[in-house]
Design a protein around this ligand. Structure first.
Ligand code: ADP
Length: 450
């Protein structure tokens, strides 16, 4: 699995690393150059110091004691011609080294590097056998660069890197904030099913690519919202227009059924009535769904006794249940009160019972129960029918979705029943779930919050 790292983090890591490499390279270059320069300076300075003292000692009147009093013995010491230390800054490490006249050299003693320069001054006989003037200085990195450079490397550079990373992260975060708004808006539209949401764009927003993207997405959302509105309006208008002709066909079909003489005529008239009834149910469902979609469906909530409502719903299904030898058992205690729109809730429960009969076995049983807790009422409609395979379970709520077209056609199925039930329950602020086992049965559970 790929690890998630936001663009902000990746950009920050990228330029902080780049800055780190850049600073390191520049520092290494500066250090190398300064090192070379310091060595040159040290060599020059030692040579100058030793030569100056040696020049003074050339005059017979000038003794090295005078030289000492001048406090010019930093890094310089004077030895007798036979190598005994006489005066000056005594550097233990280099005191034993052999002398070499007028040779500037680098020597490493115990891992420490020294720059050494010696000059020999022959003296009058008996007077120390001449003098060696030795200049020596250790090449110590920290001495050369001083504390400030180390402080800079150890404290200032990491501090600059941290500040750059934090500042850069803050700036990219601000620059990417429109993207977060887009993600939030898209999520809200998805979770709340609310196409009215738009990406907020502040008046003083920088007019960059992200600004254009936000504006374009908002325009696209406007268009989608308008198209969906038009589509809903069309469904609503079309269903409305169909109601009157269907009522006429139904009425005339029923009249034909009444006056039919022969069996053939009766059969034809019955067919007309059945089909007209199916289309009428379909149109009513479409109208109801369109009204709910357009938030035009009123919800007249009142105290409803579920035991009574379930009895009425069962009664409405008696004929259909008899045709399929289905026994419907209600297990709802009297005075199980819920706050609901009675016709709508009855329509939802009837639809579930009707499905239980349609997709139940012959003979079969449907059981309706209602239980209440402190904060919710649970209504279950369970059958012992053909069941629904797992892969269809989350799709059955979709409009016009049918699991098995051929088998369902026998009952004039439209695939609108469960989407209507779900819309009704959602309108009540409730929830509906399904559990099913193929060949064993299906249980729908409606949850109505109190
Ligand atoms: P339909 O008009 O086709 O019954 P529904 O929306 O009521 O439409 O149901 C959608 C599909 O879910 C049905 O076609 C059916 O295959 C399946 N279904 C619904 N209820 C049951 C049930 N109680 N048992 C088995 N399958 C069911």
């Amino acid at each position: 699995m790929k690890k998630f790292a936001s663009i902000k983090t990746r950009i920050t890591i990228w330029y902080t690393t780049l800055l780190f490499i850049l600073v390191s390279v520049v520092l290494a270059l500066v250090a190398t150059l300064s090192y070379q320069l310091s060595i040159d300076n040290m060599e020059k300075s030692i040579k100058v110091q030793v030569t100056q003292i040696a020049d003074r000692l050339r005059h017979p009147r000038e003794s090295f004691y005078n030289v000492e009093s001048n406090k010019e013995f930093k890094n310089v010491s004077i030895y007798s011609g036979t190598g005994e230390y006489i005066v000056g800054q005594y550097i233990y490490d280099v005191s034993e080294l052999p002398f070499k006249h007028d040779v500037l050299r680098h020597e490493t003693i115990d891992g420490k590097e020294y720059i050494i320069y010696d000059i020999f001054r022959p003296g009058p006989p008996g007077d120390f056998h001449g003098l060696w003037i030795r200049g020596a200085e250790s090449v110590d990195f920290s001495n050369m660069f001083g504390r400030s450079v180390f402080t800079m490397i150890l404290i200032v550079i990491p501090l600059i890197l941290i500040l750059t990373a934090l500042g850069g992260y803050y700036i990219t975060k601000k620059a990417f904030s429109p993207v977060n708004e887009m993600i939030r808006t898209a999520n809200d539209i998805y979770t709340q099913n609310d196409l009215k949401q738009r990406i907020p764009i502040s008046r003083d927003a920088r007019k960059d690519e992200l600004y254009s993207l936000s504006v374009t997405l908002n325009r696209m959302l406007d268009k989608i919202e308008t198209l969906i509105k038009q589509e809903k309006q069309f469904t609503s208008d079309a269903s409305h227009e169909l109601r009157t002709p269907i009522s006429v066909i139904l009425a005339q079909g029923e009249y034909l059924l009444d006056i039919a003489d022969t069996d053939k005529e009766k059969e034809l008239a019955k067919d007309i009535v059945d089909k007209a009834n199916q289309v009428s149910t379909l149109v009513s469902r479409l109208l109801l769904l369109a009204r709910i979609d357009q938030s035009r469906q009123k919800l007249n909530k009142e105290k409803v006794d579920l035991s009574v409502l379930v009895d009425i719903a069962i009664e409405g299904m008696t004929d259909f249940a008899r045709q399929k030898n289905t026994r419907i058992a209600a297990n709802v205690a009297e005075n199980t009160i819920v706050l609901a729109d009675e016709p709508l809730l009855k329509s939802a429960i009837s639809n579930l019972i009707s499905n239980g009969i349609k997709y139940g076995k012959d003979p079969g049983t449907i059981t309706i129960t209602a239980t209440q807790t402190d904060d919710a009422t649970y209504i279950t409609v369970a059958d012992d029918g053909i069941g629904i395979q797992k892969e269809h379970l989350d799709k059955i709520w979709g409009r016009f979705y049918r699991v098995d077209d051929v088998r369902n056609d026998a009952y004039g199925s439209s695939g609108l029943g469960l989407s209507m039930v779900k819309s009704i329950i959602t309108l009540h602020g409730g929830d509906i779930t399904v559990e099913s086992e193929p060949d064993c049965g299906t249980t729908f559970t409606i949850t109505l919050k109190k």
